[in-house]
Design a protein around this ligand. Sequence first.
Ligand code: ARG
Length: 282
Amino acid sequence: MCPPKVYEVSYVINPWMEGNLGHSSRQRAMHQWWTLYRALSAMADVCLVEPRAGLPDMVFTANAGLAKDGVVALSSFSYPQRQGEEQLFRNWFLEAGYRVIDIPRQTPFEGEGDALFSADGARLWAGYGFRTAPSSHRALQEIWNVEVVGLHLIDPRFYHLDTCFAPLEDGSLLYVPAAFDQASLQRIEAYYPAECRIAVSEPDALAFACNAVNLGRSIVLNRISAELEQELQRRGFQVTQVELDEFLKAGGAAKCLVMKLTPSLHCETISGKELSRQLLEV
Ligand code: ARG
């Protein structure tokens, strides 16, 4: 994760940012991020990357790249506003002991934001249409020798795959059907049987319910409807809701603020006390 020390909405590269230029509160963002950080720290080791001034979206670390088995496919951002993040993320991964593979500029790729493994890890669902180019999928297939299945995103509000599609660890799927074209929906339905598909309502979709962090039986996400919460609980999940509306102003929520890493790297987990000291300095 990356603390929102320099977070703000200072340009528009997705529909959520429109009308929100200069309208985010760093104080509130800090508070919300900190609540998310605390919830996740109770379930996993959380490593931090230092943000840099002028890169307000760096807080959305899901876009840093895609990691599996000690290898990271480093993102090649489609908008110049975010390309400055690449070098900082690269340094972090190298220092943490990863093998870093570059995805060329001609084939934009926005990391975990557009590439999500199925629960068994055998398939990589890869979104395209707004940010990631389908031409990057081949590289991903070669890196992990995994089956890459493209999903065409057609609603600009759901411009990254992780805003509308969440494969859960129990083999089920949380998704927004209207965000995909027909052929992609067929691919999804052919893979996930009806009882494994949880289609979210429009209000939940717009609250980024699919932008959920799932670790085992735990799910951490923005505020959702009572119906969806009950449905997830019925399926055996423990649901933690964290208010993240400050980040929705930039088009992100829980899952965007996190990149999932496999263990065994030498990442330094900063103590909660040290982190609160740092955050208070802002
Ligand atoms: N403002 C950021 C962008 O448009 C938000 C990124 C959200 N990240 C995500 N994984 N969906 O790039």
